[in-house]
Design a protein around this ligand. Sequence first.
Ligand code: CIR
Length: 259
Amino acid sequence: MSTRFTRAILRTPGESYAMGITSAGLGAPNLALARLQHAAYAEALIGCGLHITVLPPDEAHPDGCFVEDTAILNAKAAIVTRPGAVSRRDETHVLAPVLKGFFDELRTIAAPGTVDGGDICQCEEHFLIGISARTNPEGAEQLSQFLQDLGYTSSFIDIRACKTLLHLKTGISYLGKGRLVVSGDLPKGTDLGALIPVHVAPNDAYAANCVAINDRVLVAAGYPRFTAQLTSLGYDPLPLAMTEFQKMDGGLSCLSLRF
Ligand code: CIR
């Protein structure tokens, strides 16, 4: 039984957005267009049946719109992360009080651990935890213990050698019904257990970061082959323009926290 989501938290990109971290080499983002794309994303979440909380821009944190990295939310608790990039570390200070309004139980990743939410993929009651340039082994262990306390299982996937993957979810997404979208950028021989892989063509690797929400799957616009693949599997894809977030290494999942 896949999770039914009812809420999401987002943060609008601020004036400082272009000062964020990027390795994409796609040029500077257009802020006005980024805000339009963000508004369309917010509308899409509403269309999926979610009540959304849109936080105001956080000018001190150019990457602040990528809220997914600051928490891991599940049906039982919120876990506030300690982001791996020093410039993003204090993004959680604004978010934690917001989460307190929604969750009775809040846990926090502590130093020297670091975790970015983009490295965490929930597949029903099991969590895949990416160990990356942002999520270190100490953070992964702390998270795994928190999840165990909450009654979930977890396993680690080390992507530190995968230079094309910023986060684990840059390369995988859980679709529900036991299916996992997988790009070819994952380490060879990665153990996916009983999950059924849905392979993404190498030229469509950016589309591997998609978001299953209730009856729809948000997908990056411009990948008709992948969209058709999802349709043929019985999913209902909803393409969204993401160009201005791709320029800052962002994908669909990182623009919201869904719960
Ligand atoms: C960063 O490098 O942290 C941001 N520019 C992009 C974060 C993307 N987050 C995600 O995929 N979960």
